[in-house]
Each structure stands twice: as structure tokens, then as C-alpha cells.
Write a new protein. Structure first.
Length: 133
């Protein structure tokens, strides 16, 4: 359960999207984490999230797919990291991200480590979706 307290923040507030071949590294509680976009698309550091790409969260012991681009209904998907730290005070990485499947949809997602299931580093516990026009 979340309670009022000071929160460990490792990263906050970015307007840049994570594109092809993006990598963001964190260290929390002596554990290294890596957020990365992987794909077979040869274009490095593109703002685009190419079809077939995956957003991965990795630790030394496991890798979890957070956002796969495999759906034909996706239209210009984008990913933005808004915050990383330890919100739930379990000593593990938590994230708040925008995982948008369409250029006209904004979907903010809270991912908490304390709610992760077996084989997961984090689990989505809340999201807020806004649609334009």
C-alpha cells in the first residue's frame, strides 16, 4: 500500500520519446536495471518505434517485455519515460510511462514492482487514457 513518505526518484520529466535502439540505465538498491527498445530495424536512435520493436525492462536476473509493437491496429506508437524510482518503498524500480499505441491517444501507465507477478519486474497497476479530436 502506498503511504505518504519521501520517494526515491532516479529520473523525472522528459519530453523525448524512446525510439529505436534507445537505452536508459538505472541503479537502485545495488541492482542495475535497463530500459531498452529493441528491434530488427537497422536505423539507430530514431524517434520512431518501428513495427516489431519491443520495450524491455531488464535486471541481472530477468527481462520483461513492457510494450510490444506487433498489432496491425497500432498507428505511430510512441513511448515516453516520465518518472523512475521507488514509489512503493520495496527497494525495487517502479516506472511511470506513456505507452501510446496511436498518435492520437495518450496513455499514462503506472508500473509497480511490488505488484509484479512471477517472471515480472513490474506490473501495470493504473493507467489514464486521453484521446484527442
Amino acid at each position: 500500500m502506498l503511504r505518504p513518505r519521501s520517494v526515491v526518484t532516479l529520473f523525472e520529466s522528459s519530453e523525448e520519446t524512446l525510439g529505436n535502439k534507445s537505452v536508459v540505465d538505472f541503479k537502485l538498491g545495488g541492482v542495475n536495471y535497463r530500459l531498452s527498445v529493441v528491434s530488427d530495424d537497422p536505423r539507430p536512435d530514431s524517434y520512431a518505434f518501428p513495427k516489431g520493436a519491443k520495450l524491455l525492462l531488464s535486471s541481472p536476473t530477468m527481462t520483461q517485455v513492457l510494450f510490444p509493437y506487433s498489432d496491425d491496429e497500432m498507428d505511430e506508437p510512441s513511448i515516453r519515460l516520465d518518472w523512475a524510482g521507488d514509489l512503493d518503498a520495496d527497494g525495487k524500480l517502479d516506472l511511470y510511462m506513456h505507452l501510446n499505441h496511436h498518435y492520437n491517444v495518450s496513455r499514462g501507465v503506472l508500473l509497480l514492482s511490488s505488484q509484479a507477478g512471477e517472471g515480472q519486474l513490474v506490473r501495470a497497476v493504473a493507467d489514464f487514457i486521453a484521446v484527442g479530436c
